[in-house]
Write a protein of this length. Structure first.
Length: 49
């Protein structure tokens, strides 16, 4: 079987629902990263999610 890696982040996508087609044994879909305001231990900062 094969394992497929799909990058939907290159199209601006954040989420995907990959479908495994025979004879694939697995598939991974990666989305784009984005900056987000977060809080940790009482501190507020911008981070990549």
């Amino acid at each position: 079987g094969t394992f497929t890696i799909s990058n939907v982040g290159s199209y601006g996508g954040r989420f995907a629902t990959p479908i495994i087609n025979y004879p694939e044994v697995g598939i991974l879909a990666a989305g784009r990263s984005f900056e987000k305001v977060m809080a940790k231990d009482g501190m507020i900062f911008a981070g990549t999610a």
